[in-house]
Design a protein around this ligand. Structure first.
Ligand code: GLU
Length: 445
C-alpha cells in the first residue's frame, strides 16, 4: 500500500484536512504501507513556503511522519513529458478562447437550456487559424480530450461509482502561462510514485473520472480510489483552508490535544462513537473506509473540547510525566492523579501545581469567621496526612461549629486553593501538607 496526502500549501491545515491526512497515514501504518506527503504547489501565486512548513509541523503535531516528501514545483519536467505524450496522442489540444468568450458561450448555452459544456470549438481550428491567433499574441491553454464514456470504479468508501464524462467539459490541464493545473501533475505523480490507494474528500469524485481517463491515456494503471465525506461546520458550511477555518494550529493554541483532534477528525461521520483513544495505533484499528457515512460529517467544536477533557481525565501518569517535566510543572504522580480530572487543557496542570505548592496568590476572601478559623486550626489532624484526612478534619470542624455542607467545605476550599471549584479536597490536602494548610487558613479572610 502506498498512499499520499496532497495538500496545496495555500493555507493552514484544518480539521477536515486532518481527516484526509489521517485516513491515509493510519491505513498505511496499519497495513505496513508507505505514506507520502506531496505538496501540490504548482500554483506559484498562491503557494507559500510558510504554509509548506506549517503543514509538516501540523502533521508532526498530530503524530504523523511522512515516509517521503515531494513537491510538485520541483517535478515540472515529468509533467512536460506527460503533456507532450498526450499532445502526440491527440488528447491534449490548444484552445484560444478568453475567459470572457467562454463565459458568453456558457450563458448562451444555459439560455437555450443546454448543459454549459465546452463546445470544443478549438478542435475545429485549422493550422492557419491557430497561426493567425498566435500572431495576434494569443497564447493557448490546453484541454484534455475526454472520451465520451461513463467511467465506473469501485470506490473504497462509496461503492460502485460512475461519472458520465460526456456531460463534462474537457478539462484545462495547462494554462496560457504554461503552468499546470492540479489534474495532470496529480496523475503523473500518483503513477510515478506507485500510489496504490487515493483516499481524499468527495469533492474530488468528478476529478476521479477525468483522472481515470488520464491514467489510461498515459498507459498507467489506475490506483484504487476512496472518497470520504467532508466535514462541515454546525451551520452546514464547508471548511476552507484559505479562510483559516478551525485550523489545527488554532486548536493547538487553544490547548486541544493532538490525539483528541485526531480521534474526532477520524471518527466523526462514521459508525464508531467519537471517543478518546490512547494512541494512533488504536485509532488506526478503528478506520474502516467502507463504513464511512455518505452524508457530510458535522464538526462541533464543543464536542472536540469535551473529548479533549475526557482524554486528559484519563491520561496516565507515564504519558503526563515527561510533559509536566518539560513544562516545569512540579507535580508528582499523586498530584497528577489529583488534578487530571479537572483539566480542560493540559496547561491547566501547571496552574494547579502552583496552587498546591504556593496556594492562592493573594489571601482569598474565604468567608471565614474567627470561630470557624479557630476550630479549623485547633482540630487539624496530626501528620501524616492522607486521603482520609479531609473527612476527619471537616468532621471535627462540623462538630465544633455546627457548619455543614457548603458552609463547611467552601471556606476551606477557598482558603486553601483560592478557587471555589477544582480537584477533590481529599486528594489535594495531603499534597498541600499540614503546615502549609494551616498557614493558608491563618492568612485567609
Ligand atoms: N491538492 C489537492 C487538494 O488539496 C489534492 C487532491 C488529491 O488528493 O488528489 O485538494
Amino acid at each position: 500500500m502506498i498512499v499520499r496526502f496532497a495538500p496545496s500549501p495555500t493555507g493552514y491545515l484544518h480539521i477536515g484536512n486532518a481527516r484526509t491526512a489521517l485516513l491515509n497515514a493510519l491505513l498505511a501504518r496499519r497495513e505496513g504501507g508507505r505514506f507520502i506527503l506531496r505538496l501540490d504547489d504548482t500554483d506559484r501565486a498562491r503557494s507559500r513556503e510558510e504554509y509548506a512548513d506549517a503543514i509538516r509541523e501540523d502533521l508532526a503535531w498530530l503524530g504523523v511522519t511522512p515516509d517521503a516528501v515531494f513537491r510538485q514545483s520541483q517535478r515540472g519536467a515529468l509533467y512536460e513529458a506527460a503533456a507532450a505524450r498526450l499532445r502526440a496522442a491527440g488528447r491534449l489540444y490548444p484552445c484560444y478562447e478568453t475567459a470572457g468568450e467562454l463565459e458568453r458561450r456558457r450563458r448562451l448555452q444555459l439560455a437555450r437550456g443546454l448543459p454549459p459544456v465546452y463546445d470544443r470549438a478549438a478542435l475545429k481550428l485549422t493550422a492557419a487559424e491557430r497561426a493567425a491567433l498566435e500572431a495576434q499574441g494569443r497564447r493557448p491553454h490546453w484541454r484534455f480530450l475526454l472520451h465520451p464514456e461513463t467511467v465506473v470504479w469501485n470506490d473504497l468508501v462509496r461503492g460502485e461509482s460512475r461519472v458520465d464524462c460526456a456531460s463534462l467539459s474537457d478539462p484545462v490541464l495547462v494554462r496560457e502561462d504554461g503552468a499546470f493545473l492540479y489534474t495532470l501533475p496529480s496523475v503523473v505523480d500518483d503513477a510515478d510514485m506507485g500510489v496504490t490507494h487515493v483516499i481524499r474528500g468527495e469533492d474530488h469524485v468528478t476529478n476521479t473520472a477525468v483522472q481515470i481517463q488520464l491514467f489510461a491515456a498515459l498507459g498507467a494503471p489506475s490506483p484504487l480510489f476512496g472518497h470520504h465525506n467532508l466535514l462541515v461546520t454546525a451551520d452546514g458550511e464547508g471548511l476552507s483552508k484559505r479562510q483559516g477555518h478551525l485550523s489545527l494550529r488554532g486548536l493547538r493554541e487553544r490547548g486541544v490535544e493532538p490525539l483528541a483532534a485526531a480521534a474526532l477528525a477520524v471518527l466523526v461521520g462514521t459508525p464508531e462513537a467519537v471517543r478518546p483513544v490512547a494512541s494512533l495505533d488504536e485509532l488506526a484499528s478503528l478506520v474502516d473506509l467502507g463504513s464511512i457515512s455518505r452524508a457530510p460529517a458535522r464538526f462541533d467544536e464543543r464536542e472536540l473540547l469535551a473529548l479533549n477533557a475526557r482524554l486528559l481525565h484519563d491520561m496516565p501518569w507515564e504519558v503526563a510525566r515527561p510533559r509536566l517535566a518539560a513544562a516545569g510543572a512540579g507535580l508528582d504522580e499523586a498530584g497528577w492523579l489529583a488534578v487530571r480530572g479537572n483539566l480542560e487543557r493540559f496547561s491547566d496542570a501547571a496552574v494547579w501545581a502552583a496552587i498546591i505548592r504556593h496556594g492562592p496568590q493573594r489571601p482569598p476572601a474565604a468567608g471565614m469567621d474567627d470561630a470557624f478559623r479557630a476550630a479549623a486550626l485547633e482540630t487539624a489532624p496530626p501528620e501524616p496526612w492522607n486521603d482520609a484526612t479531609w473527612k476527619v478534619w471537616t468532621g471535627a470542624i462540623r462538630e465544633r461549629t455546627g457548619a455543614r455542607g457548603r458552609a463547611l467545605f467552601m471556606p476551606l476550599r477557598l482558603a486553601l486553593t483560592g478557587r471555589d471549584h477544582g480537584p477533590e479536597m481529599a486528594a489535594l490536602l495531603p499534597l498541600i501538607g499540614r503546615e502549609e494548610a494551616l498557614r493558608r487558613i491563618r492568612a485567609a479572610m
